[in-house]
Design a protein. Structure first.
Length: 209
């Protein structure tokens, strides 16, 4: 499989981009990798990059976007922060990927058993982790208000994973409010913004489109 070029990127639509990532995760689950020569891709991408998607995911070592979507060099922009939330810098990175570099899809990818989400559930306080976890607190609060779960700590995986799903949904909402650039691109059908959650026990990605 070749790295994307300006020409192949131009043939990608938001829906086709989503299909590419879905098929990539199917291959990953079956342990079928697309045939890629990464060293050749270094050479192919040396003059420029034409990625078709931006993936915002967690720093979790079990969820590297390129691997779980079976993508190569120059295929996706990978934005990572613990808890996959957005702020000014993250939105700037995503806007660059779409508006400047031509990507057609934004995926906000949460995951099960997320340590950042667990920390937010437990109200962990530690150095810069405290303000970081405050970005995930709205999801904890939203789930807490409607959940019948008695244990709302990190010990309850049902609660923790419900917060991961909610965090993805709220992150997308916030993205559309805080980034008029991305909102306008989506309204014009130039990009698609979708949520997804990766299951660390199966390798399967649940797309929320
Ligand atoms: Zn995580």
């Amino acid at each position: 499989m070749k790295a994307h070029t300006k020409e192949t990127q131009a043939t990608m639509t938001p829906q086709k981009s989503l299909q590419f990532l879905k098929e990539g995760n199917e291959r990953f689950q079956k342990n079928l990798k697309a045939n890629r020569n990464l060293l050749e891709q270094v050479n192919d991408t040396s003059d420029g990059q034409f990625p078709f998607a931006v993936v915002l995911s967690c720093i979790d070592s079990r969820v590297p976007a390129e691997l779980v979507f079976d993508q190569g060099l120059g295929d996706i922009f990978s934005v990572r922060v613990a808890g996959n939330f957005v702020n000014e810098d993250i939105l700037g990175s995503i806007e660059y990927g779409c508006k400047v570099a031509g990507s057609k899809l934004v995926v906000v990818l949460g995951h099960t058993a997320c340590g950042a989400v667990k920390g937010a559930c437990d109200d962990v306080k530690l150095g810069n982790i405290t303000p970081m976890l405050s970005k995930i607190k709205p999801a904890v609060k939203a789930v807490s208000e409607t959940s019948s779960e008695k244990d709302q700590s990190s010990a309850n995986s049902t609660f923790v994973n419900a917060v991961s799903y909610k965090n993805v949904a709220l992150t997308i909402e916030k993205m559309k409010v805080d980034s008029p650039v991305l909102k306008e691109m989506e309204d014009n059908n130039e990009i698609l913004i979708v949520g997804a959650v990766y299951d660390v026990s199966s390798g399967k990605i649940d797309f929320l489109d």
